[in-house]
Design a protein around this ligand. Structure first.
Ligand code: PEP
Ligand code: MN
Length: 363
């Protein structure tokens, strides 16, 4: 058990060298030699980043926009690596990109959200990396599919890549107005639960799609014990050739990281763990009560199912369901619980209730 934990920690440590998150910064896209140099030098001068990033090939949603400077930008990144002494990372989307990055000594490759969604593309990149020792960071696919994200990681593991990490950049959505890509934190937490040995990095830039929420989302990631942050940084964000709204200047970036409350998990700290133990015990007892109560609720639901069956009534009674939701939201508000949470919770309970009644009715 102990050795397993040590091994896990070691594997995660390829990315997270200290208790604090590792920070990746740099422009969405490399545009010109001066823009890359000015941005990277100012990031280095601020002293708050560990790795430099830039997109060289840009997968854009619609044609006719800037699709990346291409191979011409790679020597710029190599020059910045040599000058600053910081490792550099670039997005690759096909085998040709991999070959070019290896030729120009790029240190870390990342797989974009529009690539990790496609197993053929991921496999092609993985094949190009067979026998190569280079770290790979895999962004979540644009749609919230945990298996697809895990699967992309496994494709790199199968060709022998040892240093792998995940990047949480949010999930595309049509209804959401707040975020460009909905974070759906639970998806990243599920990833971390399944693969606790892999570093998890948050990309608040693509989650937010704007500047004003970056700090809050970065802080949340740190509070959730993420291993790193990737933040788009540009010397002149308003005039950036891609993702202008979400980029910040190196100065703002440096201040933002400086202002963050950095926390660590205290997992090996006996005293803090003991103090937490009492509160955790309370939580566990409440969870037990909640589950027992849900069990009782479902028992009654089955009795109702029996009644509906005998009286030839439909399972779904829309007016009753509306009443349940309305009353729940009111009680939730009185208890400081968000409408969003109450509505998700009641829908899940209602779903289970319908399933249970259906079983009774079809028996
Ligand atoms: C990027 O990092 O600039 C990028 C294209 O991100 P994503 O793949 O998350 O959209
Ligand atoms: Mn971008």
């Amino acid at each position: 058990m102990d050795t397993q934990i040590t091994k896990k920690t070691e594997r995660r440590n390829w990315f997270r060298k200290t208790k604090y998150p590792t920070v990746i910064a740099g422009p969405c896209s490399a545009e010109t030699e001066e823009q890359v140099y000015e941005t990277c030098r100012a990031i280095k001068a601020g002293g708050k980043a560990d790795i430099l990033r830039a997109g060289i090939w840009k997968p854009r949603t619609r044609p006719g926009t800037f699709e990346g400077i291409g191979i011409k930008g790679l020597p710029w990144m190599r020059n910045m690596k040599l000058e600053t002494g910081m490792p550099v990372t670039v997005e690759v989307a096909k085998a040709g990109h991999v070959e070019a990055c290896l030729e120009f000594d790029i240190d870390i490759l990342w797989i974009g959200a529009r690539t990790s969604v496609n197993p053929f593309a991921v496999q092609e990149i993985a094949e190009a990396l067979r026998g190569v020792e280079i770290p790979v960071l895999v962004k979540n696919p644009i749609n919230p599919d945990l298996a697809l994200w895990l699967g992309a990681v496994e494709r790199f593991e199968r060709v022998g890549i040892k240093e792998i990490g995940a990047i949480h950049r949010g999930f595309s959505n049509t209804s959401e107005k707040v975020f460009r890509n909905r974070p759906q934190w639970q998806m990243a937490i599920d990833f971390m639960t399944k693969r606790p040995e892999l570093p998890m990095i948050c990309d608040p830039s693509h989650i937010c799609g704007n500047r004003h929420m970056l700090q809050a989302i970065s802080q949340k990631a740190v509070d959730l014990n993420y291993d790193g942050l990737m933040i788009e940084t540009h010397r002149d964000p308003d005039n950036a050739w891609s993702d202008a709204k979400q980029q910040i200047t190196p100065e703002v970036f440096t201040q933002m990281i400086t202002d963050m409350v950095l926390r660590h998990d205290h997992e090996d700290d006996d005293l803090t763990q003991k103090s937490l133990q009492y509160l955790r015990q309370d939580i566990s007892e409440i969870d037990t009560d909640l589950i027992n109560l849900l069990g009782q609720r479902m028992k009654i639901a089955r009795q109702i199912g029996e009644f509906k069956k005998n009286n030839n009534m439909t399972i779904l009674q829309p007016r009753r369901w509306e009443e349940i939701m309305k009353a729940g939201l009111e009680k939730g508000q009185a208890n400081d619980l968000s409408d969003e949470f109450i509505s998700r919770l009641l829908k899940a309970v209602h779903d289970e209730s319908i399933d249970q009644q259906e079983k009774v009715m079809s028996a």
